[in-house]
Design a protein around this ligand. Structure first.
Ligand code: PMP
Length: 464
């Protein structure tokens, strides 16, 4: 049975974001079931999923309430689109609930409407098109360039993939697209000069953005894109003062702000939304992942009144808004989101996240304090990074960025799933928000054992 699956995989499945050669030689890693924070592979081996899938299974695996809601919605109305003014009850109910929730929990009363898609990538493409459309409508068609950041991850469709600032995702595909610029990510641990305070470093990052805007011409810059806490780029919480300075610049130059909350939305950083936690005033916010806890594919692009008012005002002359997808507002996906929100709210799932995040951070720091290759441990809520260097004193990287991947492999052997990130030499930990303290402690213990078992290999990699 097992050989059968692996053989079938090798002859038929085109894996996403995977090395074709590695998968062909090692075979796929196949999970068969999951409950809470634990997943089980096809051989019956359990793992604590400290990645929550891809930062998305916030309420944990296998909740019957969501399964029942999905079954019920499927029986009632298995499909309805939103084209030409059509709708379904789950899409309407979810838009209304989400808007209220976001306005309240993110302190963002200016948000006006919700547009649905199926993935974080398509949400960013949607936002990109809204930004272009908006500037065309207000008679500033030259205002079209977009500024993102090195290390950003906004998805992998062509526009979103261009916003992504990780070269490994670009090089095969002639990306980024024309008109997308990247400035440095505010990674204090790696980017700060000797003796530079966090506030000074943040000011320098803001100055770099200002210089870029001035060099390009503010009249050509349409929007700035950012994750409140950079995720795939290395788990980089914003240094003190950073977003304050960025937002002042954007306001000064009439540049729109798109907040990509695909990871940070729905409790990940310890508050409901990064927008609220970091006092952001975005014109567009993108949500996905935690919106359904990945029980169904669904994204939401929440549009602020500055853009909405223009679109609404121009509608009579300009005709229909010609963007959307077959699955925008899919009723079964929206029903899943409603069931997940019921659980999030009735079980107060966000409340203990900050404390759990602190427990995770403090225990890792304690447990790994003597590890010779750990350079930095940082995080926000249940988004944590452990950064590995061949020589932390000089911040020298392992050749070929091999170190953190070696650790992640050993950690998996100990029964914990972590993620080896593609840009920074970081293993990220982002467990389901519902993880119990005892499970968290067990995962930390196993993680530390894996990191210790990796030492001989790390030592030879460090001297390579
Ligand atoms: N934005 C962010 C911040 C993400 O982390 C991701 C996915 N990791 C995306 C967008 C893209 O989401 P998807 O893979 O669903 O297209």
């Amino acid at each position: 049975m097992t050989d059968n699956l692996s053989a079938k995989d090798k002859r038929s499945l085109f894996h996403a974001v995977s090395s074709i050669a590695d998968t062909a030689s090692s075979g796929p890693f196949v999970l068969s079931h999951g409950k809470g924070s634990t997943v089980t592979d096809e051989h019956g081996r359990d793992y604590i999923d400290m990645g929550a899938g891809l930062w998305c299974v916030n309420i944990g695996y296998g909740r019957d309430e969501v399964a029942d809601a999905v079954a019920q919605a499927t029986r009632q109305l298995s499909f309805q689109h939103l084209f030409g003014g059509a709708a379904s009850a789950p899409a309407i109910e979810l838009a209304d609930r989400l808007l209220t929730l976001f306005r309240e929990r993110a302190n963002a009363p200016h948000m006006a409407r919700v547009f649905f898609g199926s993935s974080g990538s398509d949400a960013n493409d949607t936002a990109y098109k809204m930004v272009l459309h908006y500037h065309n409508l207000i008679g500033k068609p030259q205002k079209k360039k977009v500024i993102s950041r090195h290390g950003a991850y906004h998805g992998l469709t062509y526009a979103a993939g261009s916003l992504t600032g990780i070269p490994a995702y670009h090089k095969a595909f002639d990306m980024p697209a024309h008109g997308v610029l990247h400035v440095d990510a505010p990674h204090y641990y790696r980017g700060a000069m000797a003796g530079e305070s966090e506030a000074d470093f943040a000011a320098r990052m803001v100055a770099q953005l200002r210089d870029t805007i001035e060099r390009e011409g503010p009249e050509t810059i349409a929007a700035f894109w950012a994750e409140p806490v950079m995720g795939t780029g290395g788990v980089i919480p914003p240094p003190q003062g950073y977003f304050e300075g960025v937002q002042q610049l954007l306001a000064q130059h009439d540049i729109l702000f798109v907040a990509d909350e695909v990871i940070t939305g729905f409790g990940r950083t310890g508050e409901w939304f990064g927008t609220g936690r970091y006092d952001l005033k975005p014109d567009i916010v993108n949500l996905a992942k935690g919106l359904t806890s990945a029980y169904q594919p669904l994204s939401a692009t929440i549009v602020g009144d500055r853009i909405w008012d223009v679109l609404e005002g121009a509608s009579a002359q300009h005709g229909a808004f010609m963007h959307g997808f077959t699955y925008s507002g899919h009723p079964v996906c929206c029903a899943a989101a409603l069931a997940v929100l019921d659980i999030m709210e009735s079980e107060s799932i966000v409340d203990p996240v900050a404390a759990k995040g602190e427990r995770l951070l403090a225990s890792l720091k304690q447990r790994l304090k003597d590890h010779p290759f750990v350079g930095d441990i940082r995080g926000a809520g249940l988004m944590v990074a452990i950064e590995y260097l061949a020589d932390p004193a000089t911040k020298r990287d392992f050749a070929g960025m091999a170190g953190h991947k070696i650790v992640a492999a050993h950690v998996r052997e100990e029964g914990v799933l972590s993620r080896a990130l593609p840009w920074m030499p970081v293993t990220s930990l982002s467990p389901p928000l519902v993880i119990a303290d005892a499970e968290l402690d067990e995962a930390i213990e196993r993680y530390a054992k894996g990191a210790e078992r990796a030492l001989p290999q790390l030592e030879s990699a460090a001297s390579a």
